[in-house]
Design a protein. Structure first.
Lengths: 166, 123
């Protein structure tokens, strides 16, 4: 039972050096590397030795992140950042809703209330647009997204303070 | 750096990228996530302020609590983008990351505020 199983494994892992592998492996690590890139299943032995060799590949193919995540120190960076943006958007939405309620209750159903609600909705739409755009282009430099988001939050703060004081 | 160049650093991505070399993308993404975590802290403070502004019965107390919370949230948000830009710059130049007393100051402010509220409620 146990003997028929190893041969297929051995054949796949050691295609050229079936017998001398144990002795030769430490002596020619550089020769093994290109092969291992093509066969990520064989990575267990050398994984800690070549974290930098895999990095450029990830940069070019960020979608492959999930598959190779357990073997690489980079982890699911893009996924974590993506989720972080989503969480922030949820927080932003809660704040926008609270501000909209404040405007609606405080100003009663008048023309200024409609303007205030429109401004809140516009700010929220801008935040959604910024977030979605950033999530889409997560691998590119960030540009002005962050200060724009902060500016939106500051506008909301000023609006809230003015509503409270009025 | 003068204050004006710091402000320019916030809003001009080319200014940030003009120095040093591009760091490992994982560090940039980690910096971005730290910024987003600070932003959520700011949003939580502002959201708390807005909630107090609507659900606390007494008007004077409403303003006394809500306005400082809104101001604190705005401060945290601005400081978040400042810290992000400084960290990005430091990583590009290979320098040590900027040290900051802000987390400690924020913790102290929140603690003092909570203690003051507690005392006000009990009295």
């Amino acid at each position: 039972m146990s003997e028929p199983q190893p041969p297929p494994d051995d054949r796949r892992k050691q295609p050229e050096l079936p017998e001398h592998d144990h002795h030769d492996a430490p002596q020619q690590p550089s020769g093994d590397r290109p092969e291992q890139r093509e066969l990520p299943e064989d990575n267990h032995h050398d994984a800690p030795q070549q974290p930098s060799g895999d990095r450029p590949e990830q940069r070019e193919f960020p979608e492959d992140n999930h598959h190779s995540a357990p073997q690489q120190p980079s982890g699911a960076q893009l996924e974590r950042t993506y989720l972080s943006w989503r969480r922030t958007l949820v927080s932003f939405t809660v704040m926008a809703l609270l501000l909209a309620r404040l405007a609606a209750v405080h100003l009663e159903p008048t023309m200024p209330a409609a303007w205030a609600l429109a401004a809140v909705a516009l700010g929220w739409a801008a935040a959604v647009w910024l977030t979605l755009r950033r999530i889409r282009d997560l691998t590119t430099p960030i540009g002005r997204t962050l200060p724009s988001l902060v500016a939106l939050i500051l506008v909301y703060c000023v609006m809230g303070t003015l509503l409270l004081m009025s | 750096m003068s204050m004006w160049s710091v402000v320019r650093l916030w809003f001009d991505p080319d200014e940030v990228r003009s120095v040093g070399s591009t760091p490992d993308y994982r560090f940039s993404l980690a910096n971005e996530r730290t910024f987003l975590a600070w932003l959520r802290t700011a949003l939580a403070l502002i959201g708390g302020g807005l909630a107090i502004a609507q659900f606390l019965p007494e008007k004077r107390l409403r303003i006394v609590i809500a306005v400082p919370l809104l101001a604190l949230g705005a401060l945290v948000a601005m400081r978040a983008v400042d810290h992000w830009a400084r960290s990005e710059r430091a990583m590009r130049l290979g320098e040590a990351l900027p040290r900051s007393r802000f987390p400690a100051i924020l913790a102290l402010a929140v603690t003092l505020g909570a203690a003051a509220l507690l005392v006000a409620t009990l009295l």
